[in-house]
Design a protein around this ligand. Structure first.
Ligand code: BEZ
Length: 328
């Protein structure tokens, strides 16, 4: 082969490699509702950094925190059209569209944060993600989570009766609404970024929240009665738009799935690690603390079950899985 031909082949190969790089290189957009200081946003940034490193700079991820791209309902629509590539979402919006996910919010499905972590890592919970492509046009990569849910109120809540008629902020989703309706309160759907002001201006009397958010957003400044109830876990899911997923090569799918999953998993680890110390931190503040457990809410739990055992086919399987992983 002449030198000229060799040079020609080498140049063609280089240009093919370069053009395939150009075609495959992506700047993904990842949206989420939490602010930069929140563990979910930190995990999204860490995922972005690692994807850039492991793809040798070929793929980047721009992270849009704090609802910059809209609320979760709007982000879900963008994911469905492919206008948004990825998101870390509460299960709230997903459970509104695929009711089987509502089973993850069964009151007292789990006893504590470690039990929640074990359940979210079980085959039964992971199997639910298979419904996402057909149900909402997204690929569910894996679960993260927030802390266990508690109630924080402007006035003392010594029993569920004290919540009767009270405007109580909830994350906007049906399973939580049904629980608080059953308690006789007036559940008021409000996304996380509006909660501080709603408490400050008296739009709501109480909020459904986790220890981590109560501390980082200083909600205790506006409502200083904490009912430690641990009544629900709070899963989060990392998703990729189904349209975008179909465009990725098998290697890129594996890379994105592996890295995103490991950062979601580290969110679960971090919530497990900090839950007890955050409870202690709250106990040391100048706030009134009351405790409650499953028995406190038995009537509301029965009403919730009557609704959701019909809506969420996965409820029995998740309960079984919760029993199986208990103490693991
Ligand atoms: C909430 O809606 O309460 C919430 C959402 C995301 C992270 C933490 C809390």
């Amino acid at each position: 082969m002449t030198t000229f031909k060799r040079l020609l082949i080498a140049a063609t190969a280089t240009s093919l490699a370069l053009s395939s790089l150009t075609v495959q290189a992506r700047d993904f957009r990842l949206g989420l509702i939490t602010p930069p200081s929140h563990i979910w946003t930190q995990a999204a940034n860490d995922f972005a950094q690692e994807l850039k490193e492991k793809s040798a700079g070929q793929h980047t991820v721009s992270v849009f925190p704090a609802q910059q791209l809209g609320n979760e309902a709007q982000m879900v629509q963008q994911l469905q059209t492919g206008a948004l590539d990825m998101a870390f979402l509460t299960i709230a919006e997903i459970s509104n569209r695929v009711p089987d996910f509502g089973a993850l919010y069964a009151p007292y499905l789990v006893d504590n944060i470690d039990h929640a972590a074990a359940l979210l890592r079980s085959d039964a919970a992971i199997g639910l993600l298979d419904q996402l492509p057909a149900g909402v046009g997204m690929v569910g990569v894996g679960y993260g989570m927030g802390g266990m849910r508690q109630m924080l109120s402007r006035e003392e809540v010594s029993s569920p009766e004290a919540l009767q008629g009270k405007k109580l902020r909830i994350t906007p989703f049906d399973p939580l609404r049904d629980f608080y309706n059953a308690l006789g309160s007036a559940p008021t759907p409000l996304p996380l970024p509006g909660v501080y002001d709603a408490l400050a201006n008296g739009q709501v009397d109480a909020i459904d929240m986790d220890f981590d958010s109560i501390l980082i957003f200083k909600f205790y400044e506006r409502a200083n009665n904490l009912l430690i109830s641990n009544h629900m876990m709070f899963p989060m899911v990392g998703v990729v738009s189904g349209r975008v997923w179909r465009e990725l090569s098998d290697d890129d799918k594996t890379l994105v799935r592996t890295l995103m999953k490991s950062h979601l998993d580290s969110v679960i680890d971090r919530f497990q690690q900090q839950e007890k110390s955050q409870e202690q931190e709250l106990r040391e503040l100048d706030i009134q603390i009351t405790e409650a457990d499953r028995s406190t809410f038995s009537d509301a739990i029965n009403s919730w079950e009557a609704i959701w055992s019909r809506k969420a086919n996965s409820l029995d399987a998740l309960r079984q899985a919760a029993a199986d992983v208990k103490g693991s």
